[in-house]
Write a protein that binds this ligand. Structure first.
Ligand code: G3H
Length: 481
């Protein structure tokens, strides 16, 4: 139970139902801050920044790293509690919840190593002008992470901002926020007052007032494009914001006629159903060449049949939904069925739900008339469409307003001369998305690699080196000899 501001609190309910009462289980309380509370948090961050003359920005890189390392030690001591909170609140299974914590800690270590390698101020001389180049902090960051990776993706921008000397207002996600509540004491012990300021409560009440102050310099947001747009617009001088955004996606997997169908089915299964498809990187549409569609669908449905569903404690792959709703999954499924698609795995429970559990629905053939063709489902509904010529998946990608990742399944890549279809498709994937996965599912990791997107999917790149750059500016002292 957490009540850091002594004000109003809201019960946090797990998507898991109690077998005895038949009710969702209350797993904690989270503060419901007012607009004024959140503006106070901005003021505290601005004060700690002190126009770059506050205690934190004036510390050396090594001193800041030392504070972050102490924080890491404190967090590791709470690993079991944080992992358990991810299981109860966002229903990640044992392996996924542990992975979220561990990869976050690894990312922090990589950030520290990279910052140490790049901090040393460089003396340069161009055209007789000597300059001492140095990376300096930017100011105050507003940081918001998503409900599906509340810990990992918040830290992906929060920790680099701290290492580089910025101060932060951190909005605790409404879903997945308890993990952060468990860390607040550690932050208070490791950082000077005002350096990290938690804001908790309804986003629409707390976030616009923070942006309206005009005192936010960096906007680090991982979540929906719609929310990001409206918050950027709330800033009186949006052009002044440094944006670091990772937003919606609709990643396409294309199965070429020469693909290894067992491998394609296995990777597409992991890509579309792991953590119930509640990943921005999930495969959200599969296009299969019509000559192999039936064979692929059979293998894919057999693989879906093997997925275990139930509580998030243990190895179940399908767990209660936390970021999406079963209503939305049902709505998308019914829309597709009404327009001619079939739930291929209907007999095995595909598309059936039990309160917050939704067993993956495999829909075929999905066409442009259906919502699933365009909309990001962010959940366990798998649309499959047959294609005839390679121009069809290429046209889909070129017309999609998102552009994060893509996947291609083919044996042709290993041939001395790749097929013409593969060459064209590769070009289109490279120009319309930021990561092309060959014979593999879409995914963010390894986290040191760039994580980016085109169009409405992202702005800026999240990778070890790029986030350190994005949270700092290159400054110099120059003079003539
Ligand atoms: O939801 C977006 C995450 O960055 C996905 O990460 O591909 O490792 O699951 P992941």
């Amino acid at each position: 139970q957490v009540k850091p501001w002594g004000g109003k609190c809201t019960d946090v309910l797990s998507p898991v139902y109690c077998t005895e009462t038949g009710e969702r289980i209350c797993i904690g309380r989270q503060a419901t801050m007012s607009p004024k509370d959140s503006v106070d948090a901005v003021d505290a961050a601005v004060k700690a920044w002190g126009r770059g003359r506050g205690d934190w920005p004036r510390r050396t890189l090594e001193q800041r790293i030392a504070a972050v390392e102490t924080l890491v030690g404190r967090l590791k001591a709470k690993r079991a509690e944080i992992v358990a909170s991810l299981q109860w609140e966002i229903c990640k299974n044992d392996a996924d919840a542990a992975k979220e914590f561990d990869r976050t800690m690894d990312f922090v270590v990589s950030l520290i190593n990279c910052a140490r390698g790049t901090d040393s101020a460089a003396m340069v001389c161009e055209e007789g002008v000597h300059a001492l180049l140095k990376r300096s902090p930017v100011g105050v960051m507003m940081n918001l992470g998503p409900s599906n990776y509340p810990f990992n993706e918040t830290y992906a921008t929060l920790i680099p901002a701290l290492i580089m000397g910025n101060t932060v207002v951190m909005k605790v996600p409404n879903t997945g926020g308890l993990a952060h509540c468990l860390t607040m004491e550690a932050y208070a012990e490791c950082f000077p007052a005002g350096v990290v300021n938690f804001v908790s409560g309804r986003g629409r009440d707390t976030m616009p007032p923070c942006m309206e102050t005009g005192l936010i310099d960096i906007f680090a947001f991982i979540g929906s494009s719609k929310a990001a747009d409206s918050l950027v617009k709330a800033h009186p001088q949006p052009h002044r914001l440094k944006n670091l955004l990772s937003l919606d996606a609709k990643n396409l997997a294309v199965v070429l006629p020469d693909a290894d169908l067992d491998l394609a089915a296995k990777e597409c299964l992991a890509g579309s159903t792991s953590y119930n498809g509640q990943r921005c990187t999930a495969i959200k549409l599969i296009m299969v060449h019509k000559s192999v569609a039936e064979a692929f669908n059979t293998k894919f449905c057999a693989a879906v049949k093997g997925l275990a569903a139930g509580v998030p404690f243990g190895k179940n792959s399908i767990t209660p939904l936390a970021s999406s709703t079963t209503e939305y999954m049902t709505q998308l499924t019914e829309d597709a069925k009404g327009k001619g698609a079939t739930v291929l795995n209907d007999a095995e429970g595909g598309g059936h739900c039990d309160r917050t559990l939704f067993f993956p629905a495999v829909l075929y053939p999905v066409t442009a008339k259906m919502d699933l063709w365009h909309a990001e489902q962010f959940g366990p509904v798998v649309p499959i469409a047959p294609y005839d010529t390679i121009s069809e998946p290429i046209a889909w990608m070129e017309n999609m307003h998102f552009g994060q990742q893509s996947a291609i399944f083919t044996a042709s890549g290993a041939a001395a001369a790749p097929s013409r279809d593969l060459t064209e498709l590769l070009d289109a994937c490279a120009m319309n998305t930021c990561r092309v996965n060959i014979n593999a599912q879409c995914q963010r990791g390894p986290d040191a690699y760039p994580f980016a997107g085109r169009r409405s999917s992202a702005m800026g790149t999240i990778s070890v080196s790029e986030v350190l750059r994005a949270t700092s500016v290159e400054t110099m002292v120059a003079g003539k000899s």
